[in-house]
Design a protein around this ligand. Structure first.
Ligand code: PGA
Length: 243
């Protein structure tokens, strides 16, 4: 049985004034769902201190592939692990699109994350043009092929399928489209029995239970609706119920 996950990606949102929201989320203990919040780097330390004694896990949203050196502005996987975070999001479509990250770079980052004993949350997903051209499955297959380094398993890797056109838009694929893509991904990943595959893109309290109940969907990676406890707590509930 794969435990369902409710993961929050805060992106470049939140200052210390937002920490009470994070702690309200962390304080809600759920046996049946794994909860991971990924705040910006600037909040990692205080987030980790504040969630001690809860089941909530804290992750970063990125790391660099090299362990140290002249890489101004970058943070290594070892540094993320050193501060106590357990997870790191890699290859989010915003990183791929806005910062030109290739799947090869994502694989190098994931390799570094694994070496630092971090769980890599590796994101894949097609654009609207890809989907309209009937190439969604092919694009995701290619991203998986090049973004997952050797040695990925259900312990050290989580996949997040996030169709780019559904992120922050309020648009969600149909249940059939999600089911089809998740079945496709399940066939392509190593340790498929154990590796969790999340759906991401406009997950909200009103659609979470339905989406998390789809076969091969092991929970969600949530952006906007993870920022406020009033939105994210029902999503955690949905992950627990869908388990
Ligand atoms: P969204 O973002 O939930 O705001 O659509 C999801 C993501 O980018 O991970």
């Amino acid at each position: 049985m794969r435990q369902k996950i409710a993961a929050g990606n805060w992106k470049m949102n939140g200052t210390r004034a937002s920490l009470p929201e994070l702690f309200a989320i962390a304080g809600d203990q759920h046996e049946n769902a794994e909860v991971i919040i990924c705040p910006p780097f600037s909040l990692l330390h205080e987030a980790l201190t504040g969630v001690q004694g809860t089941h909530c896990k804290i992750g970063a949203q990125n790391c660099f592939a090299d362990p140290s050196g002249a890489f101004t502005g970058e943070v290594s996987a070892d540094m993320v692990a050193d501060i106590g975070a357990t997870h790191v999001i890699l290859g989010h479509s915003e990183r791929r699109e806005l910062f030109g990250e290739s799947s090869e770079l994502v694989a190098n980052k994931a390799r570094a994350a694994h070496a630092a004993h971090l769980v890599a949350i590796i994101c894949v997903g097609e654009t609207l043009d890809d989907r309209r051209a009937g190439r969604a499955e092919e694009i995701v297959q290619e991203q998986l092929h090049y973004s997952l380094p050797e040695g990925c398993n259900g312990e050290n890797t989580i996949i997040a399928y996030e169709p780019v056109w559904a992120i922050g838009t309020g648009e969600v694929p149909t249940n059939e489209e999600i089911a089809q893509m998740h079945a496709h991904i399940r066939k392509l990943i190593p340790d498929a029995e154990n590796m969790r595959v999340l759906y991401g893109g406009s997950v909200k309290p009103s659609n979470a239970l339905e989406i998390f109940s789809i076969e091969n969907v092991d929970g969600g990676l949530v952006g906007g609706a993870s920022l406020k406890a009033k939105d994210f707590l029902p999503i955690i509930d949905a992950a627990a119920k869908a388990s």
